[in-house]
Design a protein. Structure first.
Length: 56
């Protein structure tokens, strides 16, 4: 398996390569597992106002 950034990995799914599919499935599983784990999810030293990803 080789490294991908999440965005290009999602775009590369159109090629249907097994390595890409495995990477995306593993990435999504990791995201779900992380969300299910208890504990603090904030990065030390960064408050929610500084993080643009939290703005919806």
């Amino acid at each position: 398996m080789y490294g991908y950034c999440p965005g290009p990995a999602l775009a590369a799914l159109v090629y249907g390569q097994q390595d890409t599919v495995m990477f995306v499935v593993s990435m999504l599983a990791g995201i779900v597992i992380y969300q299910l784990l208890p504990g603090q999810k904030n990065v030390p030293g960064v408050n929610s106002e500084q993080c643009t990803a939290d703005r919806r």
